[in-house]
Design a protein around this ligand. Structure first.
Ligand SMILES: CC(C)(COP(=O)(O)OP(=O)(O)OC[C@H]1O[C@@H](n2cnc3c(N)ncnc32)[C@H](O)[C@@H]1O)[C@@H](O)C(=O)NCCC(=O)NCCS
Ligand SMILES: Nc1ncnc2c1ncn2[C@@H]1O[C@H](COP(=O)(O)OP(=O)(O)OP(=O)(O)O)[C@@H](O)[C@H]1O
Length: 201
């Protein structure tokens, strides 16, 4: 069966990954949003609620997972985070497979995976694009968010694979330290290139 070319899309906090994913959608590319999928699976009536409740009693309810409560249990406890990941990641992988089947007739699909390098999610991807901007631009964007502090920003950065390493490991780098129009042109060029070059398309 024909299979689309699968482009993984990632980037560190504040680099503009969401904006680039939206540009991809506007270019007509189906985009699988891993984060949104996790939220659905953990949301009201979500398929993962029974397994999460069994492993972490008291962390779920009619509104779904209490993310604050569960986060407090797993962030800072490696074994607990691993237990949670063993519940969440297979379900996300299954959703990705369904997405691929649903969009099997497309030449190109995008998997938007925030923790692509951190969690070793590169299997099954034909190429990886990293969204990147200069550190000063990233810092200014993140610190402009409500409730963000330099300390929180530093903590999050410490958990992420450094931008320089992501860029070095990427097949494509999308620069968002430029104008929106320039980034959009880069996105459209990349989409055209991958659609044309897709050996399976
Ligand atoms: C524990 C949960 C419920 C907390 O949710 P909450 O909305 O409070 O935080 P959010 O998801 O926005 O994450 C906060 C920060 O932690 C990082 N983070 C989230 N999950 C992980 C993880 N498994 N390993 C390392 N960092 C992580 C995120 O990149 C982000 O920077 C949630 O993070 C979760 O279920 N994580 C495990 C599933 C997972 O790995 N998700 C990543 C996408 S597949
Ligand atoms: N050239 C550009 N390309 C993309 N975004 C840009 C550009 N110039 C400015 N921006 C702005 O930068 C911001 C990037 O934030 P965005 O939330 O998309 O980052 P993110 O990487 O998705 O963050 P996170 O991964 O933490 O969710 C947006 O508000 C976007 O409008």
């Amino acid at each position: 069966m024909r299979r689309p070319f699968v482009l993984g899309l990632t980037g560190s906090i504040g680099m503009g990954k969401s904006a680039v994913a939206e540009m991809m959608r506007e270019a007509g590319v189906p985009v699988f949003d891993a984060d949104a999928q996790v939220h659905r699976l953990q949301g009201p009536g979500g398929a993962l609620l029974p397994a999460i409740e069994a492993a972490f009693p008291g962390t779920t309810g009619p509104a779904g997972v209490d993310r604050g409560k569960l986060g407090a249990l797993v962030f800072g406890d490696k074994a607990a985070l691993t237990r949670l990941e063993r519940i969440v990641h297979p379900a996300v992988a299954a959703a990705r497979e369904s997405f691929l089947i649903e969009h099997g007739g497309q030449p190109l699909v995008v998997f938007d995976i925030p923790l692509l390098f951190e969690k070793g999610h590169a299997a099954g991807l034909d190429a990886v694009a990293v969204v990147s901007a200069p550190a000063a631009v990233q810092r200014a964007r993140v610190l402009a968010r409500p409730g963000m502090t330099p300390e929180k920003f530093a903590q999050i950065l410490a958990l992420q694979v450094p931008d320089a390493e992501k860029r070095a490991r990427a097949d494509h780098v999308i620069d968002t330290g430029v104008t929106i129009a320039q980034t959009r042109a880069m996105v459209n060029d990349l989409v055209s290139l991958l659609r044309e070059k897709n050996p399976r398309g």
